[in-house]
Design a protein around this ligand. Structure first.
Ligand SMILES: Cc1cc2nc3c(=O)[nH]c(=O)nc-3n(C[C@H](O)[C@H](O)[C@H](O)COP(=O)(O)OP(=O)(O)OC[C@H]3O[C@@H](n4cnc5c(N)ncnc54)[C@H](O)[C@@H]3O)c2cc1C
Length: 476
């Protein structure tokens, strides 16, 4: 009997799959791949929002049953774990394997905003967190085991099957099932959160000053009310500076509770300036708090939070669609000014926005960090109607044009609103990527709605504007 699935956050990807299989061992996983007569879709935490983890009429693999920490090397700072493990279990598993007196290790980065995401999902989107001097996730991966379309095991690293290594990371599950991952860790440090309110015209300088002082992590969460002068301009600048490893973490620190999260979410949909004011006040109250560099990256997230916002007006209901855009750091202020105009013109309500830094990625095939960028993230309230979706899609397409004019880019993980010309401009290597997928998986065993969308988008000659734009194409 078929099953209806949807993504967790936007809930805009309802997809009927033939059946769900949750393998409990490598052998079972291989048997499923070898025995399936249907194409296979692969999911971890189901947080992607462009249909990458689902495919109509596919056999759907839920990888979360393969979730063990398999090896830990405290000398090299490496951990090997099943790709279906989620961040809290991975962080805990690493901690539990330390012997007393050993050097302490922790993850380098994870996504912010949610934690019930898997290692496989992180590899497949080539994610990033709020590190100030980090490259995307590929830099943290030492090796992984891929189970290909014939059910065979392939080790991928920078020295074994390097072309596949670069295709699979950031390749959205199209080359096979990632069974396990060996991850590079960094020494676990004590960090102190420092909080100020800053403005977007000086924020890049503030980030740089923080980097020069050895700060490891940071972000800038900006004001969301488009009727306010502060919109996309004023924001909370939080950074995490390294302190002595012996600094105690006090018992009575303030943490973000589910209730607080829901209150802010409700305000972000109804009284945006008040939401920002309360958010600033909360962050200020945490100035000076002490954390560990791994666990401070965990976040509060309530699955199905939409259902707990009952009572708010109809126009404030719906889900959130996210976009992440990249612009050269020197253009950030100009970009935000133009973005404010777009969002005001489109009347697309912003419920959350943040800014982070990323360093250039020279490794992944479908790389999005083509240079050291500023990353701007927007969550737009999206009523679950055709008009609501079109409003959000239109706003994001206009924002993509602004970023692309500035030699910027955008993330592919959140939706499929980008036009073919926009995808070609940000990812000129996309047609080659799709060809490599067909070469590696000739029977198209691994499929998703996102893959089918990209195929149909590129089913025809290139758009004239992008025809010659192959110079920054990566050859895998
Ligand atoms: C609230 C929220 C906050 C987010 N914050 C960030 C952020 O800060 N930074 C960031 O970079 N991204 C962020 N994201 C995006 C998110 O990191 C990606 O969508 C990620 O891929 C989701 O991981 P998942 O485990 O939910 O995977 P899924 O959504 O289940 O799958 C995502 C992709 O991974 C593939 N996949 C999963 N497991 C495997 C496997 N074992 N083998 C092969 N393929 C596999 C799937 O086929 C699919 O293509 C956020 C998303 C949400 C909803």
């Amino acid at each position: 009997m078929s099953v209806l699935l949807n993504d967790i956050h936007s809930r805009l990807n309802p997809t009927r799959v033939r059946r769900i299989v949750a393998p409990r061992s490598l052998e079972e996983l291989q048997d499923v791949i070898r025995g399936s007569v249907q194409p296979i879709s692969i999911a971890g935490g189901r947080h992607a929002m462009g249909g990458q983890q689902f495919g109509e009429e596919t056999l759907h693999l839920d990888t979360r049953t393969l979730s063990d920490v398999l090896d830990f090397d405290p000398n090299l700072g490496l951990v090997r774990a099943h790709a279906g493990i989620q961040w809290p279990e991975l962080i805990e598993g690493i901690r539990a394997r330390h012997e007393p007196g050993q050097r302490k290790w922790g993850i380098r980065q994870k996504q912010t905003g949610a934690s019930d995401l898997t290692l496989g999902g992180a590899l497949s989107a080539n994610v990033h967190g709020r590190g100030l001097q980090l490259r995307p996730f590929i830099a943290d991966v030492e090796a992984f085991t891929l189970i290909d379309h014939q059910g065979d095991r392939i080790t991928c690293s920078r020295t074994e099957n390097p072309a596949l290594f670069r295709l699979v990371i950031g390749g959205y599950g199209l080359f096979g099932v990632i069974y396990d991952v060996t991850l590079r860790l960094s020494p676990r440090r004590r960090v102190q959160r420092c909080v100020d309110v800053e403005t977007s015209d000086v924020i890049i300088d503030r980030f740089q000053e923080a980097i020069d002082r050895g700060v490891l992590y940071g972000d800038f969460q900006f004001a969301i009310d488009h009727e306010s002068e502060d919109f996309l301009h004023r924001g909370i600048f939080s950074r995490y500076r390294v302190v002595d490893d012996q600094t105690p973490i006090p018992d009575k620190q303030i943490y973000f509770t589910e209730d607080k999260w829901l209150t802010l979410l409700r305000l972000a949909r109804t009284r945006r300036s008040e939401a920002y004011r309360q958010y600033v006040s909360f962050y200020r109250s945490t100035d000076g708090q002490i954390y560990d560099s791994d666990t401070h990256q965990l976040s509060t997230y309530i699955p199905r939070y939409h259902d707990r916002l009952a009572g708010i007006p109809a126009e404030a209901q719906g889900s959130e669609v996210i976009s992440e855009l990249y612009v050269p750091r020197s253009d950030l202020h100009a970009f935000l000014q133009r973005a404010a105009k777009v969002l005001r013109r489109c009347q697309a309500p912003l419920t959350y926005g943040t800014l982070r830094l990323i360093q250039r990625d020279d490794e992944s095939f479908l790389r999005w960090a083509k240079q050291d960028y500023a990353c701007v993230i927007f969550n737009l309230l999206t009523p679950e109607t055709d008009a609501g979706r079109e409003r959000t899609a239109g706003a994001f397409r206009q924002l993509y044009d602004v970023a692309l004019e500035m030699n910027g880019s955008f993330y592919l993980t959140y939706h499929t609103y980008a036009t073919r010309a926009q995808v070609e401009s940000a990812y000129p290597q996309m047609p080659t990527f799709l060809q490599r997928k067909r070469d590696c998986d000739p029977h198209q065993r691994f499929q998703s709605n996102w893959y089918r969308h990209m195929q149909s988008l590129f089913d025809g000659p290139a758009t004239p504007a992008a025809k010659n734009r192959t110079s920054d194409m990566l050859v895998g």
